[in-house]
Design a protein around this ligand. Structure first.
Ligand code: FAD
Ligand code: NAI
Length: 472
């Protein structure tokens, strides 16, 4: 008979580790089972953190190389030390994953290093990941599945993580490719494609849809694409890859127009092909049948409004559950489910979960796009304001982009905020507050925004909803 816990959490990503911490705060005896050596899941090890670290280094490099002279900063012999950039990225990851270890100790959370699978609906068998450790069983009153997601491969071009790479391979290259093709112009492709373009690679996108980033407001996406093109990224939209093979040192991709497009075929070659066509829930090897639960189409774990699977004491959260695959969404669910298990009645407002593309400029959004509002039959007013009319943007030269607000035409409530700006990831929180607090555009416009800051564009866009903008 193994050890018994109030709660067993499978996976230590932002869903699982946050859930374990909150459960422990609420007095539950929690164990977190993680098969990887490092805690923190995709986000800390091969996702948010390493990608943003490389985005920062390469952005700074590009700024100094291309903008320095204009700003009166002369730097000679500027070089990129790729190996050092990658090493620093590893240090940042190690520091933060070590931080979670500390949080587990502080909160008295048991951590088991191994792979969990169900023996029955209250028992998990844990197979040790490393050489050390013994197979063990634990039982738990409640079980949370937080096993995350994995990259989707092209069926005819499996990842070798050297020349046909997923985001994980792209974060671990040992040299900068001369030519990189990115299949999929979504978030991963645009962020990691930007990293390698800044380092000198020729980066070309092949995207199935006639636009980039399908979840963004289409006006924002069109403006974003133009900015990225100016930076040197190339896009083949409405194009699909139909075959691919290795030829000497190169990867050769055969493409043709996506449905409804001219069917002419073409070939493209590259040193490295990054496949970034989405991610799918990762539930392989959990032996869900033994627990009496099953996945829905696409491998997603079906859950009710309280994250319960068909077994009411087994929950699913984060990337392996329905909804956006975002770290902060996963963590909100981690807190929420821990509170539910502890007998509370928390709630998540999914409309107020923001998303950000960390390119330069950044693109951030919260709430509805104009198209989504139209599809929902909501009549809207919009207000937009460009950064070229914002004084702070002139101080820095970061003039690209604009703020767009979607307002409910009847109530004047702000229901969507969309920002293209170098600092959009920090600014978007104003939209989160406005949506959570059901603020009207008049209320947003009436609030003082510090001068000179980029946030003045939000105030102006809120004024523009009523055609009352001051600086345009
Ligand atoms: P994960 O973080 O994937 O964690 C799941 C964990 O479960 C893993 O550690 C895995 O090893 C473990 N596991 C799986 N099966 C078992 C098992 N049977 N036994 C034991 N352990 C198991 N999101 C953002 O919000 N912002 C970003 O900037 C961002 N950038 C990203 C960049 C990249 C390149 C990628 C790939 C993703 C990015 N994401 C970002 C998405 C974000 O990483 C995920 O949404 C988030 O990690 C999901 O958290 P999770 O806890 O559900 O799953
Ligand atoms: P994505 O869903 O963002 O983009 C995939 C793109 O590939 C789409 O534009 C889609 O139309 C296209 N596509 C799909 N199949 C294709 C095919 N066969 N050929 C050509 N194009 C094809 O997925 P991505 O970029 O892989 O990222 C996965 C998830 O990871 C994101 O949805 C996001 O949730 C998360 N993520 C979040 C980040 C952030 O918040 N900054 C950063 C990176 C990832």
């Amino acid at each position: 008979m193994g050890r018994h816990f109030d709660l067993a959490v499978i996976g230590s990503g932002p869903a699982g580790y946050v859930c374990a911490i909150r459960a422990s705060q609420l007095g539950l005896k929690a164990v977190c089972i993680e098969e990887d050596a490092g805690l923190g899941g995709t986000c800390l090890n091969v996702g948010c953190i390493p990608s943003k670290t490389l985005l920062y280094s390469t952005h700074l490099f590009e700024q100094l190389a291309h903008e320095g002279g204009r700003l009166g900063i002369k730097a000679s012999g500027l070089e990129c030390d790729f190996a050092q950039m990658m090493q620093r990225k590893e240090q940042v990851v190690a520091g933060l994953t070590g931080g979670i270890k500390g949080l587990f100790r502080k909160n008295k959370i048991e951590r088991i290093h191994g792979r969990a699978s169900f023996k029955d609906d209250h028992t998990l068998v844990i197979t040790p990941s490393g050489e050390k450790g013994e197979r063990e069983e634990v039982t738990a009153q409640s079980i949370v599945i937080a096993t995350g997601s994995e990259p989707i491969p092209l069926p005819f071009l499996p990842f070798d993580e050297k020349r046909i790479i997923s985001s994980t391979g792209a974060l671990a290259l040992t040299s900068v490719p001369k030519k990189m093709i990115v299949v999929g112009a979504g978030v991963i492709g645009l962020e990691l494609g930007s990293v390698y373009r800044r380092l000198g690679a020729e980066v070309t996108f092949i995207e199935f849809l006639p636009r980039i980033c399908p979840t963004l407001d289409s006006e924002v996406a069109a403006a974003f694409e133009k900015i990225l093109q100016k930076q040197g990224l190339r896009f083949h939209l409405a194009t699909k890859v139909i075959a691919g093979h290795l030829e000497g040192e190169e990867v050769v991709l055969k493409v043709e127009g996506a449905e409804g497009q001219a069917k002419g075929q073409a070939s493209h070659t590259a040193d490295v092909v990054l496949i970034a066509i989405g991610r799918r829930p990762y539930t392989v090897g959990l032996n869900l049948e033994a627990a009496g639960i099953s996945t829905e189409q696409g491998g997603i774990l079906g859950i009710d409004g309280s994250f319960r699977t068909s077994k009411p004491h087994i929950y699913a959260i984060g990337d392996c559950a329905p909804g956006a695959m975002l770290a902060h969404k996963a963590s909100e669910e981690g807190v929420c489910v821990a509170e539910i298990i502890a007998g509370q009645s928390p709630h998540i407002n999914y409309m107020a979960i923001p998303n950000v593309v960390y390119t330069s400029p950044e693109v951030a959004a919260v709430g509805m796009t104009e198209e989504a509002a139209a599809a929902a039959g909501i009549s809207v007013k919009t207000g937009a304001f460009p950064f070229r009319a914002v004084s702070r943007a002139h101080c820095t030269g970061e003039l690209d982009g604009f703020v767009k607000i979607i307002a409910d035409a009847k109530s004047d409530r702000l229901i969507g905020l969309h920002i293209i700006c170098e600092h959009a990831s920090e600014m978007i929180v104003e939209g989160v507050v406005a949506i959570e607090q059901q603020l009207t555009c008049k209320q947003v416009a009436a609030m003082s925004h510090p001068h000179p800051t980029y946030t003045e564009a939000i105030k102006e866009a809120a004024l523009a909803v009523h055609k009352a903008q001051l600086h345009m």
